[in-house]
Write a protein that binds this ligand. Structure first.
Ligand SMILES: Cc1ncc(COP(=O)(O)O)c(C=O)c1O
Length: 504
């Protein structure tokens, strides 16, 4: 009897080697098989010249009619991905080899700021390349930073877009308030107060193209030097340095950033923090430190930049509310749709202290004048209609399940790995046994098509006198794979760690 057709990822034998074919997604069997084979050629998993199994063999493997496979082969031959010759079967076309494009690297942006520390340290360089490196595709992607974009709520988003654009006044399509559309600022003020405890007035909200654009604008108006958590995203240090803001590292321990250290940095007047879920170590800022940072800002005319990038995703307790509510006149609260919906929306929001609204608006260049209004109107409707809350609830459950599976699988298969930073978000820290080499493990993972990130790549150059070197660790983002691909990604992770560290 024919095997049942697999509408999930399968490993098929091709030329004596196993080939991963992702047969999920939209369309009929032939379409899905064609797409999976095309993808395998495009990404180089099927190398130029590789011989494909006879259509009869692959059909039997996959539980398909032979004609379906023959048709898929025929289509790919017609498109130039495969060649078919009498006597030599079907092969991957030589010219289909992915040609690495020359990568013009932009020269270093002008740096007016005197950046402390040795910027050339390997960790720092790697950190600043992190966002660029996300362009590299992996068969299994467990790098932090990206949500499960396959779950983007397309239908609900379209419903909101239709409703919002139908109802929008004509002036919505003309130049308007540079703070962003009032519909969105009102919707956000309500949502942020309810869900994150933010004290928000729509008049103090400025919509921006991602957190990074908000930081770019703020960097032009910040007082003094800026303290940054000793672990974080390299590009954000660069944004500040490019604006001439000198940056200083703030040590991070098991309770978040060491706020007391700020008193020893008299030239620092700004602190950029991730209080709800330190990125990437995953710890929340301890309550006394939350209060202490507001006191510090009040004492010395300072400013706190609160990066609330994934504050909605908290699993073990009630969400940790925003620090902003403790001192709204001292905190710029920044939220983003990049984790809750998709990073390519490029939609984020700042809730500013009253006196910073005008300077931030004045700091905008023409290129930064407004964010795309149709998307702002859509997000406003999405929030108002309850679709945002529904989506967040569903994603929270999904990420929580994945986190639990990750923790269980590692405890069973590589108990020498300690998993931390798991109370929130969509990434975890995997502390490796002493002596393990982060880079070697990451490279071994990459050889198997698995993307993970070394913790040290997010490390800021150490403060003089900060002797304590953290142990080796990986940052594993369990959010990014599509639901159907998570099992395979988890399996790949466990087997790489077993092989590199030894199980049991
Ligand atoms: C720590 C942190 N802050 C902020 C963001 C969001 O950045 P953006 O809104 O520019 O996509 C991210 C996304 O990766 C992040 O990891």
């Amino acid at each position: 009897m024919a095997k049942k057709w697999a509408n999930h990822p399968v490993v098929a034998g091709v030329g004596g080697a196993d080939l991963y074919l992702d047969l999920t997604g939209a369309g009929g069997r032939r379409e899905r098989l064609t797409r999976a084979l095309r993808e395998a050629v495009r990404t180089g998993r099927l190398a130029p010249g590789a011989r494909l199994p006879p259509s009869r063999t692959l059909a039997a493997d996959l539980g398909l009619a032979r004609n379906t496979v023959a048709d898929a082969y025929g289509e790919l031959v017609a498109e130039g991905w495969l060649t078919a010759r009498q006597g030599s079967g079907t092969r991957v076309a030589q010219r289909a080899e992915p040609v690495p494009r020359p990568h013009p690297r932009p020269g270093p942006p002008s740096r007016t700021g005197a950046h402390t520390g040795a910027r050339t340290r390997a960790g720092d360089r790697e950190g600043s390349d992190f966002l660029r490196s996300l362009q590299r595709p992996f068969l299994h992607d467990l790098r932090p930073g990206t949500p499960d974009v396959s779950a983007f709520p397309r239908q609900a988003w379209l419903t909101s877009a239709r409703r919002a654009l139908t109802a929008a006044p004509a002036d919505a399509f003309s130049h308007g308030d540079v703070r962003g559309r009032p519909e969105l600022r009102h919707a956000l003020a309500g949502y942020l107060a309810r869900a994150r405890g933010v004290r928000a007035d729509p008049g103090n909200i400025v919509i921006c193209g991602g957190f990074v654009q908000g930081l770019t604008l703020l960097a032009r108006v910040l007082p003094g030097e800026a303290a940054l958590e000793a672990y974080g995203l390299g590009p954000y240090r660069e944004v500040l340095a490019d604006a001439g803001v000198r940056t200083r590292p703030l040590p991070v321990d098991a309770h978040g950033a060491d706020i007391a250290r700020l008193d020893r940095l008299p030239s620092v007047r700004t602190a950029l923090l991730t209080p709800a879920h330190q990125f990437p170590t995953g710890v929340p800022l301890r309550p006394d430190r939350r209060a202490a940072v507001i006191d510090w800002a009040r004492r010395g005319d300072g400013l706190v930049l609160e990066d609330d990038y994934d504050g909605e995703f908290r699993y073990d307790r009630q969400p940790v509310g925003a620090v902003q509510s403790l001192g709204p006149e001292r905190v710029c609260y920044l939220g983003t749709a990049s984790k809750s919906l998709a990073p390519t929306l490029r939609l984020a929001w700042m809730v500013l202290p009253e006196d910073l609204v005008d300077p931030v608006i004045a700091a905008k260049t023409p290129a930064e004048w407004i964010s795309a209004v149709p998307d702002q109107l859509t997000l406003a409707d999405f929030i108002r209609s309850g679709a945002y809350d529904r989506h967040l609830r569903a994603m929270r459950q999904r990420y929580r399940r994945r986190r639990d599976r990750l923790v269980t699988a590692l405890a069973e298969r590589v108990p020498r790995v300690r998993v931390t930073g798991i109370a929130a978000g969509m990434h975890a820290i995997l502390e490796l046994p002493r002596g393990a080499q982060e880079t070697a493990v990451r490279e071994a993972a990459e050889r198997r098509g698995l993307g993970v990130t070394a913790l040290s790549s997010f490390r800021y150059p150490a403060l003089p006198g900060d002797a304590e070197e953290p142990g080796p660790a990986l940052v594993v983002g369990y959010g990014s794979p599509a639901e159907h691909a998570f099992t395979a990604a988890l399996e790949a992770l466990c087997s790489v760690l077993e092989a590199e560290l030894g199980g049991g």
